[in-house]
Write a protein that binds this ligand. Structure first.
Ligand code: ZN
Length: 293
């Protein structure tokens, strides 16, 4: 829940879980939370299985639920950094009645259309991967949506590459869930791949970081160039990629030019260069501070 073991009990979510399950979890030490899953003993495995059941659904924000939130907080270092309460403080989440919603991260707003949330028994629910994707736009890339000292082509690439990172985050979440053996959350994430016939893209490339990076490179080239590479369309449809490119080139560019520059020229150019050339996990390490090897 937090990166330092002795901070765990200061976190609201951590405290709630510990109070809720205190009887059954009394033998579980805080240090166990920071062990690799394959080194857990039987008692720890049992305690964690109870914990995983308890946290399958967890309210993360007032007014809506994020599916699997606590589970991802526990098992994904990337998710933990992007979506913890401190990182998301100040973000507004708006649920629209149209299908898509509006994209305006420069206002600290996440606006979701009906395609991205569900409502059951009066409760609104967002999947953890949508929450992570949208929060990444705000936490990592908010400054790029402004009138930077760049030509239109560079701005367009910056928007597309930012979107590329946000979409590619799903590959890392898949890697974390498979590594931690969390089938329920992994199954939910498997609604994302466009081509779900046969072996899906997550089970195919997310077992190793080397393969994740290799797929992400191919995805980046396809997204930037508009070339047709069929392997990429296993993750995201050609039509959706095309819509993202069109949106970056037209709407987003016009909107961003109206917003005062939120980044220094040198900083923006160096970010663009890194987004064009670094591997996905090197970018995650540099921009977010989480190491995947
Ligand atoms: Zn996005």
């Amino acid at each position: 829940m937090v990166s330092e073991p002795n901070e765990a009990l200061k976190d609201n979510l951590g405290t709630a879980i510990w109070i809720d399950g205190i009887q059954k979890l009394q033998d579980l030490e805080i240090a166990s939370f920071f062990k690799s899953p394959i080194t857990l003993n039987e008692a720890e495995k049992y305690a964690f299985s109870l914990l995983n059941m308890a946290v399958a659904e967890c309210r993360s924000e007032e007014g809506f639920l994020v599916s699997g939130h606590a589970n991802l907080m526990l098992h994904s270092p990337l998710y933990r950094i992007i979506n913890n309460k401190q990182a998301t403080r100040g973000n507004s989440y708006i649920f629209e009645s149209d299908e898509i919603g509006a994209f305006r991260p420069w206002t600290n707003t996440i606006s979701l259309g009906t395609k991205f949330y569900s409502t059951f028994a009066g409760k609104t629910r967002i999947p953890f991967y949508t929450f992570n994707h949208e929060n990444t736009h705000l936490k990592v890339f908010k400054g790029v949506y402004s009138n930077l000292s760049m030509c239109d082509e560079e701005m367009r690439d910056l928007f597309i590459l930012s979107e590329w990172v946000c979409i590619s985050m799903d590959l890392i979440l898949a890697h974390d869930l498979m590594r931690a053996n969390q089938p329920a959350c992994f199954r939910e994430l498997c609604r994302v791949p466009f081509n779900q016939k046969g072996q899906n893209i997550f089970t195919r490339v997310c077992n190793s970081i080397r393969e994740v990076n290799s797929f992400a490179n191919e995805f980046r080239q396809t997204f930037l160039s508009g070339e047709r590479r069929s392997a990429v369309f296993d993750l995201i449809s050609e039509e959706t990629l095309h819509l993202h490119r069109e949106y970056a080139e037209n709407t987003l560019l016009i909107e961003a030019r109206k917003i005062p520059a939120a980044m220094e020229n040198g900083e923006a150019l160096s970010l663009l260069e890194k987004l064009r050339t670094s591997s996905l996990t090197d970018l995650i390490s540099e921009l977010i501070g989480v190491q995947y090897v």
